[in-house]
Write a protein that binds this ligand. Structure first.
Ligand code: CAA
Ligand code: NAD
Length: 282
């Protein structure tokens, strides 16, 4: 199947990055969110990123304009009737995703693939909310999307081989590297990354060290580009908590228990960089 029209659902930090990468690769993109202000915020962040590329001499002003022209903002899910694929990047909650996939299934053309950028949730369960589980697949981009090369590709139980191949090829056209992994909680990336972040939060919670000290140890001692607490703020503490809950519930093992301090921060609305406060202030 020839993919040309892509709908990115959720214009937050991941959705806007995915839309930017798709439009830069020449695809027509519908960038959708529930409110105009959210779509506009996502669109402006793409504009800013592209402008930065112009200033660095990597993009001409004309290329920037052409890329932006390929992105159509949307607050009507019925725009899905025009698409070849949807890439969903809404909040990491199963009930929100299944409700959305159920609606999308009724609106999108029969040939359309429904992909999810979920960080941890079972693809098979999301697929079961539709009448086309063979066309549902996980396409897990990393943050920041324009920079990070990896996309984990995850088949649900019923995903067609042809759909898998289409997504594998699409990932390469986006100048990313696809890696196939199986449908288990957190896949590979977050099964390994998130317990490290959770442990870093426990280290602060138990008074072993300050957030600054934890991050310095991991940056200078392990050569990580960002310390785990800076990274947690960057990912979003709500997303970190939802992922830990999925691991905890999915494996039933107490080693995945979310740190109470993480829960406290999320309850306080301290979600990290996106709300201006998390382990650090922004
Ligand atoms: N959006 C787009 N581009 C960005 C960006 C952003 N938010 N932040 C930085 N960049 C770009 C910069 O423009 C710069 O580009 P050029 O080299 O082309 O000029 C490049 O990235 C490097 O940026 P900086 O020099 O400003 O800063 P840096 O060297 O510290 O790199 C970083 C920034 C790439 C984010 C680096 O700190 C890093 O790799 N951090 C770790 C990121 C990571 O682990 N991501 C995975 C998160 S987990 C996940 O995504 C899965 C999940 O489900 C939660
Ligand atoms: P975010 O909070 O920045 O953005 C989520 C967006 O989804 C918001 O703009 C919100 O208005 C919108 N939204 C919520 N419900 C919606 C609906 N029903 N229809 C349309 N839009 C809706 O979150 P994010 O960090 O971009 O994460 C989005 C998804 O990507 C999550 O599943 C997350 O686990 C996954 N993910 C996140 C990261 C990360 O580092 N933050 C990395 C990889 C994957």
């Amino acid at each position: 199947m020839e993919i040309q029209k892509i709908m990115v659902i959720g214009a937050g930090q991941m959705g806007s990055g995915i839309a930017q990468v798709c439009a830069s690769a020449g695809f027509d993109v519908i960038l959708h969110d529930i409110k105009e202000e959210f779509v506009n915020k996502g669109y402006h962040s793409i504009e800013k990123q592209l402008q930065r590329q112009v200033e660095k001499g990597r993009l001409t002003p004309q290329e920037k304009d052409e890329t932006l022209q390929r992105i159509t903002p949307s607050v009507e899910l019925s725009n899905a009737r025009f698409i070849d694929i949807a890439i969903e990047a809404v909040v990491e909650k199963m009930d929100v995703k299944t409700t959305l996939f159920h609606e999308l299934d009724q609106l999108a053309p029969d040939h359309a693939i429904l992909a999810t950028n979920t960080s941890s949730l079972p693809i098979t369960e999301i697929a079961a909310a539709t009448k086309r589980p063979e066309k549902v697949i996980g396409m897990h981009f990393m943050n920041p999307v324009p920079v990070m090369k990896l996309v984990e590709i995850i088949r649900g139980l019923a995903t067609d081989d042809e759909v898998f191949q289409n997504i594998y090829d699409l990932t390469k056209k986006l100048n990313k590297v696809p890696v196939e992994v199986n449908d288990f909680p957190g896949f590979v990336s977050n099964r390994i990354l998130m317990p490290m972040i959770n442990e870093a939060i426990y280290t602060v919670y138990e008074g072993v060290a300050s957030p600054e000290a934890v991050d310095e140890v991991m940056k200078l001692g392990m050569n990580h580009p960002m310390g785990p607490l800076t990274l947690a703020d960057f990912i979003g503490l709500d997303t970190c908590l939802f992922i830990m809950e999925t691991l905890h519930e999915g494996f039933g093992d107490d080693k995945y228990r979310p740190c109470p301090l993480l829960r406290k921060y999320v309850k306080a609305g301290w979600l990290g960089k996106k709300t201006g406060r998390g382990f650090y202030s922004y």
